[in-house]
Design a binder for this molecule. Structure first.
Ligand code: GLU
Ligand code: MG
Length: 456
């Protein structure tokens, strides 16, 4: 390698890295990629690689909805790698990875870029001495396709079972090795409740770190599953008869270094400011759901009694509450909130941009916090606990009406997200629940396990 390259790139080359995959996540939550040789990485940071804005109009089936405002042949953006977030992907095969952000050809940030919006909110909060820390929990299915392409659970064993861990120990070893090789910090891994379902909790970080880590970890889970002869599914509901998969988001907030969800006189130890953040999130939930649960199939997961928490309530350690307060733990972990409704079709940058904006709105203008709910909201008298939207159309209407989110995301992004939501509603109209689950059973493997061209 010539010596005009940065020490970072030279060090990677010495480690055998040859290529960098630069990803960004589009409106529908699909990670998209361009690959550059390592020697061109610095140019990819400085000037980027071309990417048509139409990629935000790709639907969950891969096709471009002609009614989407971005369904145009013209225009180009530059996807620039974030050199500060460069990490390893599969180093033994020569791969590194970096998240990207899109810029206009003139060099100004593309106002509708999802990661840029997340960054803006992070900077806005930072300037006010507020820091939100976030971490995702991933749930997924390890499966093989049957003759019809439907996922069949691959690794036997019971819920949380050591039997399942041992049955799949080579898989677990390969996965945990891959995470370590890629430098992804994680807290816990376990077999989940559903058949052949696994869960990984990622370490918390800044919103950008948390979102990047989620994207990075999903790539590795997909890679390792496939390398072991199986496939993974992050679909919120890969089949109607099985439990769904969440992408729960854990959040804590500090202001001037002081944690807001603990040490106060409110319920569960909430401070007044922490209560204000929680109240704002609770109030804005119906609109946030459009980002946290962006596919129509997301709403088949949001059923009572499945710990996907589809009620607009909060509770202290209540796993059926959309917002669960986890007071500071026996392990000394900071108190935090868990947004349980979110799933892994969500674009994590958009979700965290929105969550930060709502948290800030709560701090700026406190609203009343209802008392925490104990017990199962489904068992309360009808109407006592409000159900969150039960379809994407309903969530999208709440998102359309949210001035807070329109302002936080900017008009262009808000409007084109509404187009993507409308396109997803159109894609799914007329499909039965079973057909819908089957169509997205291998999400985010667009088109499923069969190589299909998107329908024109
Ligand atoms: N699988 C559940 C979901 O769809 C979550 C189970 C749990 O609480 O971890 O979100
Ligand atoms: Mg879980």
């Amino acid at each position: 390698m010539s010596n005009h390259l940065s020490p970072q790139v030279v060090a990677l080359a010495e480690q055998g890295i040859r290529w960098v995959a630069i990803t960004w996540v589009n409106h529908i939550g699909a990670p998209l990629v361009k690959v550059v040789p390592l020697a061109a990485f610095e140019a990819a940071v400085a000037t980027g690689v071309g990417f048509s804005p139409v990629a935000d109009a790709f639907g969950a089936g891969g096709a471009i909805d002609p009614q989407h405002r971005l369904a145009r042949p013209d225009g180009d953006l530059r996807l620039r790698a974030d050199g500060t977030a460069l990490a390893l992907l599969e180093p033994r095969s020569g791969w590194a990875w970096a998240p990207g952000e899109r810029f206009e050809r003139s060099g100004v940030p593309y106002a509708a870029d999802q990661r840029y919006r997340c960054r803006l909110q992070q900077e806005l909060l930072g300037a006010l001495g507020v820091e939100l820390r976030a971490g995702f929990e991933l749930e997924w299915l390890v499966a093989t396709p049957d003759l019809h392409g439907a996922p069949q659970p691959a690794i036997p064993g019971g819920p949380y079972g050591a039997d399942r861990l041992v049955e799949g120990l080579d898989y677990a070893t390969a996965l945990l090795d891959a995470l370590e090789a890629a430098g992804i910090p994680w807290l816990q891994f376990h077999p989940e409740y559903g058949a052949s379902q696994f869960e990984l909790s990622l370490a918390p970080g800044t919103p950008l770190e948390a979102a990047d880590r989620l994207v990075h970890a999903k790539l590795l889970i997909q890679r390792v599953s496939q390398r072991c002869g199986w496939r993974c599914s992050f679909s919120p509901k890969p089949s109607l008869e099985r439990v769904g998969h969440g992408g729960h988001l854990h959040l804590s907030v500090q202001r001037h270094g002081e944690p807001l969800f603990q040490g106060g006189a409110g319920p569960g130890g909430l401070t007044d400011a922490g209560g204000a953040v929680l109240a704002a999130l609770l109030q804005e939930l119906p609109a946030l759901i459009a980002l946290a649960c962006p596919l129509e199939i997301s709403y088949r997961r949001l059923a009572p009694g499945s710990w996907s928490a589809p009620f607009q309530v909060w509770g202290i350690e209540n796993r059926e509450a959309a917002l669960r307060l986890i007071p500071s733990g026996a392990d000394g972990a900071a108190a935090h909130l868990e947004l349980k409704v979110a799933d892994l079709a969500a674009n994590p940058y958009l979700l965290l941009a929105a969550v930060q904006a709502v948290a800030l709105a709560g701090l700026n203008e406190a609203r009343p916090l209802p008392p925490p709910l104990t017990g199962d909201p489904a068992h309360l008298p009808a109407g006592a606990a409000v159900r969150l939207p039960s379809s994407l159309a309903e969530a999208s209407a709440a998102f359309a009406a949210s001035d807070l989110l329109r302002e936080a995301l900017g008009e262009a992004l808000h409007a084109s997200l509404l187009d993507s939501q409308a396109a997803e509603v159109r894609r799914c109209a007329g499909l039965s629940d079973a057909e819908l689950a089957a169509a997205d059973a291998w999400w985010p493997l667009v088109g499923g396990v069969v190589c299909m061209a998107p329908k024109a």
